[in-house]
Design a protein around this ligand. Structure first.
Ligand code: F3S
Length: 393
């Protein structure tokens, strides 16, 4: 890889140890993927924040990077293992809270904005069309590439941090025009409505197409909430970080693929059935990806003056800035007066809750995937309204 004089000096350690380590990561990655150079980026989103995933070796590595590392571009974090302020209400242990706080402090020391969320685009880490970025969280990467038209590969935690410390990323993969063209055309022949149905559509396409980039027709409109749910599911089941949705994705498509596949009402129902185990629900998760303000308002109004079944728990996960607005508008109180919990900074996959619950209901196909695979819960995919009814009954 060809380096500029400044990059060369960073690689030699003239800008400190953390920058040197960061250059080592970026150059190694660039050489593996055949990048010719590093390119400037406008923002970073770093995953690998939960202490449940990092453990002591990960935390030590971060603390070492924080000794002299400083980020050069706007950088935010993925969800941590707990609500950073109200972790007690989620029954997180003192020990875990102490360690999680050390992790977030290490990131903060490097100049990272310590909002922990998988929807950075909802609160100010918002790239525009064509901008190069280095993000980690799969649903956010898919949203950035496919809805915003920004350009990012799916970074691992260390490569995202490396990119933040250098302000650059190797130019390969989705940073290049030639790798962003669709391979398969998808004709959606059924109406798709609501976050849970968009999640089901993501599962159908992910299961069927894998990493092939699709050109999707037949979706006349979709809300931000539906698109974030679709991105989360598609990236989870297919491992793909980019799709083109006609009328929504801003990228220019040079050739519409001739290979075509159709999605029928039965396909959608099949995906929903696949994620509906015969189980008693004791945990309900909404806000995957993190709830928008509109979602919090909707849930608050649905729950207002009702009571959650005391044998069940419902978490609505969101970003701290979104919660702060919801606090001011009274939505948080309307929700929490019922016994439901608004949990900022965290998510039900990276919080240390494995084994705490038995049956999970969610409107998110991604949450069902990880709730089952990682946390060993039985799962049910439902609409938001059905999830709320389940919490109340
Ligand atoms: Fe976000 Fe966690 Fe879902 S990171 S996309 S809330 S699994």
């Amino acid at each position: 890889m060809e380096l500029t004089p400044e990059e060369q000096e960073m690689a030699e350690g003239k800008y400190g140890k953390a920058a040197q380590k960061a250059m080592e990561i970026l150059v190694t990655l660039g050489e593996i993927y055949g990048a010719k150079r590093l390119i400037d980026i406008s923002s970073v989103q770093v995953a690998g924040v939960s202490y449940a995933n990092l453990n002591e070796p990960g935390l030590e590595w971060l603390a070492d990077m924080a000794k002299d590392g400083k980020v050069r571009v706007l950088t935010t974090l993925n969800p941590s293992g707990m609500d950073m302020e109200e972790w007690r209400k989620l029954a997180i242990s003192e020990e875990f809270a102490k360690n999680q706080t050390r992790v977030v402090e290490a990131f903060g020391k490097m100049g990272i904005i310590t909002t922990c969320s998988c929807t950075p685009y909802l609160y100010g880490n918002l790239p525009h069309y064509g901008q190069h970025i280095a993000w980690s969280e799969s649903s956010a990467v898919c949203y950035a590439n496919s809805v915003l038209g920004a350009r990012t590969n799916r970074e691992g935690g260390p490569s995202a941090l490396g990119a933040a410390l250098v302000g650059k990323t190797p130019e390969y993969g989705f940073h290049l025009d030639e790798n962003r063209q669709p391979k398969v055309k998808v004709e959606v022949k059924t109406e798709v409505r609501g976050t849970f149905q968009f999640g089901a559509l993501g599962k159908v396409l992910g299961d069927r197409l894998g990493k092939n980039i699709s050109y999707i027709t037949g979706i006349p409109e979709a809300s931000v909430e539906e698109l974030k749910s679709f991105c989360a599911s598609y990236a989870t089941y297919g491992g793909v970080a980019l799709f083109h949705m006609e009328g929504i994705t801003p990228d220019r498509v040079t050739t519409i693929p001739s290979e075509t596949t159709e999605v029928s009402e039965d396909d959608l129902k099949g995906a929903i059935n696949d994620l509906n185990e015969d189980t008693e629900i004791d945990f309900i998760s909404l806000g995957c990806p993190h709830a928008s303000l509109a979602e919090l308002e909707y849930i608050a109004k649905k729950l207002e003056n009702k009571k959650v079944n005391p044998n069940k728990e419902i978490w609505i996960t969101t970003a701290r800035p979104t919660k702060q607005i919801a606090d001011r508008m009274g939505f948080t109180k309307m929700i929490e007066d019922t016994g439901a919990k608004v949990a900022a900074d965290t998510c039900c996959v990276v919080a240390p809750i494995k084994g705490r619950f038995h049956g999970l209901a969610s409107d998110s196909a991604k949450m069902c995937y990880y709730g089952s695979g990682r946390n060993k819960f039985s799962v049910k995919l439902m609409s938001v309204d059905e999830c709320i009814e389940e919490a109340l009954k």
